[in-house]
Design a protein around this ligand. Structure first.
Ligand code: GUN
Length: 284
C-alpha cells in the first residue's frame, strides 16, 4: 500500500511558517500584505476556491478583499476593476479567478495585471521568467506540488517525471519546475499515443487532465509517486481526483488523496506569493 501524502498537514505546517513571517513583516513595516481576488459570476467550484483563499489569507494575518462581479460584467468593466486594483497601494496581489464567462477574453484581463502584483504568475512576463528560472512568483499549483515533494523528501534529480495535461495553469509550468529540479520530463496530452506505456515509465507522475479516475493501476509503475491535481465529481456526485485512488494506491509508492492532497498546497503558494509581492512593493 502506498504512503498517503497528507497535503492538509503539510499545508498547515507551511502556512504556520508564513503566518510568522507575515507577523514579522507587519511589525517591521506597519501594514499587512493585501490580496484582492476578483470573481465574475457564480460558478460553484470557483466560489468555493475563492472563499478558501480569503479564509487562508485572513488566517495568515493578511488583508483580503473579494470583488464579486455579476455574470454579465463587460470586459470594459472588468478591466476598469483590475486597473483600479493595480493603482491601489494597499493591494499587493491581484488574482482574477478563472475560468471567466465565455464573453470575456482571459488573455486581455491577465495582461492588465501588473507583473509585480501577479500572484498567480500568469502574465507573459512572469511566465517568461519562470521559463528562464529567474522568478519572484511561482505558479500556485505546480509550486505547491514542488513544496509537497520537498517536504516529503522526494528527490527529483535524474528521475523520470511524466505530467499528464498541458494547461497554462498546471501542466506546462509543472513540467518547467520539474525540469529546473533536474527531472527528466515528459508532457502527455490528449493526442499522446500509447499513453499507458509512457506513464508506466514515470518515477513521478503528475496528473492534471480533469477526468474523473482516469489513471488506473495498469498505467502506474510499482513504487511511483503519484500526484493527483484533479478535482471532479463522479456520477454519484462524489468528489474525486483524476486518479483511481483505490486501485492505484495498491501499486504506487506514494500518492496524494483528493480532497486533502494538492488543493491545500495551491493556496499555500498564493500566500507565499502575496507576502513576496508586499515585500517587493517596498523596493520600488
Ligand atoms: N482557477 C483554477 N485554478 C486557478 C488558479 O490557480 N488561479 C486562478 N486565478 N484561477 C484558477
Amino acid at each position: 500500500m502506498a504512503h498517503i501524502i497528507d497535503g492538509k498537514k503539510i499545508a498547515a505546517e507551511v502556512r504556520a511558517d508564513i503566518a510568522e513571517r507575515v507577523a514579522a513583516f507587519k511589525a517591521e513595516n506597519g501594514f499587512a500584505p493585501g490580496l484582492a481576488v476578483v470573481i465574475v459570476g457564480s460558478d460553484p467550484a470557483s466560489c468555493v476556491y475563492v472563499r478558501n483563499k480569503k479564509k487562508a489569507c485572513e488566517a495568515a494575518g493578511m488583508n483580503s478583499r473579494v470583488i464579486e462581479l455579476s455574470e454579465n460584467t463587460t470586459e470594459e468593466e472588468l478591466l476598469a476593476c483590475v486597473n483600479e486594483l493595480a493603482a491601489d497601494n494597499t493591494v499587493h496581489g491581484i488574482l482574477v479567478q478563472l475560468p471567466l464567462p465565455k464573453h470575456l477574453d482571459e488573455n486581455a484581463v491577465i495582461a492588465a495585471i501588473p507583473p509585480e502584483k501577479d500572484v498567480d504568475a500568469f502574465t507573459t512576463e512572469n511566465v517568461g521568467r519562470i521559463m528562464l528560472g529567474d522568478f519572484d512568483f511561482l505558479p500556485c499549483t505546480p509550486a505547491g506540488i514542488m513544496t509537497m515533494l520537498r517536504q516529503e523528501k522526494i528527490d527529483i534529480a535524474g528521475k523520470r517525471c511524466v505530467v499528464i495535461g498541458r494547461s497554462n495553469i498546471v501542466g506546462k509550468p509543472m513540467a518547467m519546475l520539474l525540469l529546473h529540479a533536474n527531472g527528466t520530463v515528459t508532457v502527455c496530452h490528449s493526442r499522446t499515443k500509447n499513453l499507458a506505456e509512457v506513464t508506466r515509465e514515470a518515477d513521478i507522475l503528475v496528473v492534471a487532465i480533469g477526468k474523473a479516475r482516469f489513471v488506473t493501476a495498469d498505467m502506474v509503475k510499482p513504487g511511483a509517486v503519484v500526484i493527483d491535481v484533479g478535482m471532479n465529481r463522479d456520477a454519484k456526485g462524489k468528489l474525486c481526483g483524476d486518479v483511481d485512488f483505490d486501485c492505484v494506491e495498491k501499486v504506487a509508492g506514494a500518492i496524494t488523496p483528493v480532497p486533502g492532497g494538492v488543493g491545500p498546497m495551491t493556496i499555500t503558494t498564493l500566500l507565499e506569493n502575496t507576502l513576496t509581492a508586499a515585500r517587493r512593493s517596498l523596493e520600488k
